[in-house]
Design a protein around this ligand. Structure first.
Ligand code: GDP
Ligand code: IMO
Ligand code: MG
Length: 446
């Protein structure tokens, strides 16, 4: 017997830079056209801002679809969940009148435990920039990643280690949880003691088991085998929107490694992170900020260290949704963007924060890199080698008009249109959406 899923539609929204491209805004805008919005990667390192009627929501673990009535909000198996943060986020949403009854969590998603957060912080301190750590370490090639310290890397590392991992489903089985935690805590405590003798937090298996069982009871009504759930939706002809967290340049395999996050945060993570097969996803919207930003360590070839960068940071309010850190700002890097569109298989682009560039007399676009070995139009997906790249720029005329009220492409000033058209031509992917402000309505569709 053939099981048809033909009436079903699966699309995705994925960041094509280093995060914070405005994915949350776009997902919120599209969510009401779908039956389910699914997170497939990352954890509370994500911070997706959504502005609805002047009200701002910051979502970290909960899919942005939660703000649309009658849309299932699914956290897939590829996400790492800090249960305290998830419950707190849900409570905050409920307090603001949001209906969270459509929330579903995969029984196979992994848990971010308190020791993961401690490990994340300790590793970052041990890797701190050479200047902070004395002359014996000044020759170090890799410095701190600049993580969000949400325990993401250590949780994914334990997932791959297998025996030392806890999944959401384990919270529902005290005996399994107690046995796992007894072994895990003794191993973690020994490692902490060797790295930071006498100064580390000690983890108690019995206490942690009690805490996790209680959290499991609160989460239980939301827990499900989401691979089957999503397949059922597809068989019923329902539509699914995947919400990427982090972004393509932070992908653990294809980003600026080692300055990346610990999941496949490009569109390539959708299959493993949700159980939905790759051929199901037919439209992939790559979200691109009209310039570049990055939070944390690692190279960004077009980074600006001057007044132009400061002005863009201020106008764009470029301070992190998750950690409040000022974001590093630079010109749009078309070499990196074309590569990211290739890796994520973007079928269309959405350019965001175009309004922020208003007032810049000229706009620069990186079209090649000068490397020690010569010029190249190819991106270098290595965070150490990429630090030697000097961008070769193309310069375009800027625009000075306030474009936040524009609602059609033709209402944009000619120089803003030319900028969009240049991006489209270089990347070879059509720009179908332009965002000119944080609100739902401040959006142009082509
Ligand atoms: P995400 O992580 O990709 O969802 O992006 P963030 O929410 O972390 O960061 C994007 C920021 O830009 C948020 O504060 C949004 O409210 C805001 N934003 C989104 N689109 C636009 C836009 O077109 N113009 C302006 N000025 N702000 C925008
Ligand atoms: P959204 O979904 C921006 C960055 C961190 C750090 C690196 C690794 O809001 O776009 P991690 O805590 O994941 O181990 O940190 O990745 N990073 C993000 N930067 N936006 C994000 O998410 C990010 N998620 C991770 O700053 O450099
Ligand atoms: Mg963000």
């Amino acid at each position: 017997m053939v099981h048809e899923r033909t009436g079903s539609r699966a699309n995705a929204v994925v960041g094509l830079q280093w995060g914070d491209e405005g994915k949350g805004k776009l997902v919120d805008l599209l969510a009401s056209e779908f039956d389910a919005v699914v997170r497939y990667n990352g954890g509370a390192n994500a911070g997706h801002s959504v502005v609805v009627g002047g009200e701002r929501y910051a979502l970290h673990l909960v899919p942005s679809g939660i703000l649309s009535p009658d849309v299932l909000a699914v956290i897939g198996n590829g996400v790492v969940i800090d249960p305290h943060r998830l419950l707190e986020e849900l409570r905050t949403l409920q307090d603001r009148g949001v209906d969270t009854s459509g929330m579903v969590i995969s029984d196979r998603a992994h848990i971010v435990m308190p020791y993961h957060k401690a490990e994340d912080a300790l590793r970052e301190e041990l890797l701190a920039p050479a200047a902070d750590r004395g002359p014996e370490q000044t020759k170090r090639v890799v410095s701190a990643i600049g993580t969000t310290r949400r325990g993401i890397g250590p949780a994914y590392a334990d997932k791959v280690h297998r025996a030392t991992a806890i999944r959401i489903g384990d919270l529902l089985n005290r005996a399994v949880l107690a046995s796992k935690l007894e072994m895990i805590c003794s191993m973690k405590n020994a490692v902490f003691e060797s790295l930071h003798p006498g100064e580390h937090e000690s983890f108690d298996a019995v206490q942690l088991t009690d805490e996790m069982v209680k959290l499991g009871e609160l989460l239980a009504p939301m827990i499900s085998d989401t691979a089957y759930l999503l397949d059922d939706l597809r068989r019923e002809g329902k539509s699914i929107l995947f919400e990427g967290a982090n972004a393509t340049m932070l992908d653990v395999d294809h980003g600026t490694y080692p300055y990346v996050t610990s999941s496949n945060s490009s569109a390539l993570g959708i299959g493993p992170g949700s159980g939905v097969p790759p051929q199901a996803v037919t439209k992939i919207i790559g979200v691109v900020k009209a310039y570049c930003t990055r939070v944390g360590g690692g190279p960004m070839p077009t980074e600006l260290f001057d007044d132009v960068g400061d002005a863009i940071r201020q106008r764009g309010r470029e301070f992190g949704t998750t950690t409040g850190r000022p974001r590093r700002v630079g010109w749009l890097d078309l070499v990196a963007l074309k590569y990211a569109a290739m890796i994520s298989g973007a079928t269309e682009l959405c350019i965001t924060l175009l309004d922020v560039l208003s007032g810049e007399p000229e706009l620069k676009l990186a079209v090649e890199y000068e490397m020690p070995s010569g010029r190249t139009a190819r991106f270098i997906a290595d965070g150490i080698l990429l630090s030697d790249a000097t961008p070769i720029y193309e310069t375009m005329h800027g625009f000075s008009e306030d474009i936040t009220g524009a609602r059609s492409f033709d209402e944009l000033p000619p120089n803003a249109r030319a900028y969009i058209e240049r991006i489209e031509a270089f990347v070879g992917v059509p720009v179908r959406t332009v965002s000119v402000g944080p609100d739902r309505e401040q959006t142009i569709r082509r």
